[in-house]
Design a protein around this ligand. Structure first.
Ligand code: UGA
Length: 441
């Protein structure tokens, strides 16, 4: 099937590569010439396990192509995916200017029936806006061409995006026209073989499903972070509590890991966007606001521990930092807890020596100008001469370090762990002072 994907960001690129891999003929359109040229040369703009070979192979086979020519994109596919960004507006609402610009472009150039699929995370009511923009544009052209708008949200996780897309748990399709369902079944047939994962619903329910899923996951995390703060004050161990509650299948073990706050391009943005959507219709979402507030506070947890230990003024202190990305297996630093940590340390006069297995280039891009940041080639190098070690991301490579090396490299044997990677008792017997989340301090 011929497919066009507008927007070669995270979602668009992964979706396009996976659709090409199963045999569809995919053309990706982006306004960024540089990005398009890079992709043609095999340079993938993001780090995502398995994505580079997938893009290269499918580009070489001709099933995956890249262009800046929007007109060619519109004429290529019967399926027109909108996968452009929806960055937060000043007030936290999702900004739809890129989505509506693509809708206008499709209506401007189309010369046969198109199925327009909203893949971007868009507020409830966006499909109606897309439809209105397209109708208006077609009317201005004096055209009577027809089209469908479908809400088809994406549920992939960074770091596991290719696998999630290849083996989706669900394919949510929101449509008001049963006739397009058959086309979507054909498109997704390779991903929908053993049992039917397609969940059909009306458009608004599909749009809300995406936000509800992310907000539910963010709620689980903030809930656990709140309980971890209580555990700390009450002298309980949140890791024991986590196992205790996770064993109830109604609660489950997933997404109840306490930590130094959730980050990334989705949870912070989507929780805020749903709050704004609710407020716009006169509803005060108390729980969502609390989820957001707890997360904001939680990102300050490690800086608080550090100040409790070293005092408010950190001038002359150097901190080794392991983990810069918002989670493992990605180089993405959007809303990462490491950023709040570094910025707070710098404000208090400290220096940072940082290491991350993948996010060094990204850190260089964001903070490369700072004299109080040194990017180190290995996790061991980051420790040399530092006053203490701070951990913000649970990369596998940090899970079983040589504690003797840590002890001898640091000026003081202190670890501030935002991801609860180690056993507090074992560290205590080794003479290391260990601050973790919700485990007593
Ligand atoms: C999230 C969702 O998990 C995906 O289902 C969704 O499709 C995606 O957003 C999206 O909307 O595009 P992602 O942002 O890639 O995926 O990352 P997650 O694995 O969900 O992690 C988000 C943050 O929560 C990370 O900072 C992570 O460290 C934190 N987290 C996660 C915790 O603090 N505790 C947990 O138990 C789990």
């Amino acid at each position: 099937m011929k497919v066009t994907v507008f927007g070669i960001g995270y979602v668009g690129l992964v979706q396009a590569a996976v659709l090409a891999e199963v045999g569809h003929d995919v053309l990706c359109v982006d306004v960024d010439e540089h990005k398009v040229e890079n992709l043609k040369n095999g340079n993938i703009p993001i780090y995502e396990p398995g994505l580079t070979p997938l893009v290269k192979q499918n580009y070489e086979s001709g099933r995956l192509q890249f262009t800046t020519d929007a007109k060619a994109g519109v004429s290529h596919g019967i399926m027109q995916f909108i996968a452009v960004g929806t960055p937060p507006d000043e007030d936290g609402s999702a900004d739809l200017k890129y989505v509506t610009a693509v809708a206008r472009t499709i209506a401007q150039y189309m010369d046969d029936h198109k199925v327009v699929l909203d893949k971007s995370t868009v507020p409830v009511g966006t499909a109606d806006k897309v439809r209105a923009v397209m109708q208006e544009t077609l009317q201005a052209r004096g055209s009577k061409l027809t089209f469908d708008v479908v809400s088809n949200p994406e549920f992939l996780k960074e770091g596991a995006a290719v696998a999630d897309c290849m083996r989706p748990e669900r394919i949510v399709v929101g449509t008001d026209n049963d006739d397009v369902v058959e086309l979507l079944r054909e498109l997704y047939e390779p991903f929908n073989r053993n049992h039917d994962r397609m969940i059909l619903m009306d458009i608004r329910s599909a749009e809300l499903t995406k936000y509800a899923a992310n907000c539910m996951l963010a709620t689980k995390i903030s809930f656990m972070n709140e309980i971890s703060n209580l555990a700390e004050l009450l002298g309980a161990d949140i890791e024991k509590v986590r196992q205790g509650i996770g064993s109830d299948p109604r609660i489950g073990y997933h997404f109840i890991y306490p930590g130094c706050g959730y980050g990334g391009s989705c949870f912070p943005k989507d929780v805020q966007a749903l709050i704004r959507t609710a407020e716009h219709i006169g509803y005060q979402p108390k729980l969502l606001q609390a989820v957001e507030d707890v997360n904001y506070q939680q990102k300050d947890k490690l800086p608080q521990f550090i100040k409790r230990h070293f005092g408010e003024n950190l001038a002359g202190k150097t901190f080794a930092l392991w983990g810069l990305s918002f989670k493992p297996n990605t180089d993405d630093m959007r809303e990462a807890s490491s950023r709040v940590l570094m910025e707070t340390l710098w404000q208090a006069g400290a220096q940072v020596q940082a290491f991350d297995p993948e996010a060094m280039d990204e850190t260089q891009r964001i903070y490369g100008h700072r004299a109080d940041l040194k990017l180190m080639g290995t996790k061991e190098a980051a420790l040399q001469g530092a006053d203490a070690l701070v951990i913000c991301t649970e990369w596998q490579n940090f899970r079983a370090p040589d504690f003797d090396t840590i002890k001898s490299a640091l000026k003081q044997p202190v670890i501030f762990d935002g991801r609860n990677l180690y056993d507090p008792e074992r560290l205590a017997t080794r003479g290391i002072t260990y601050y973790a989340i919700g485990r007593g301090a």
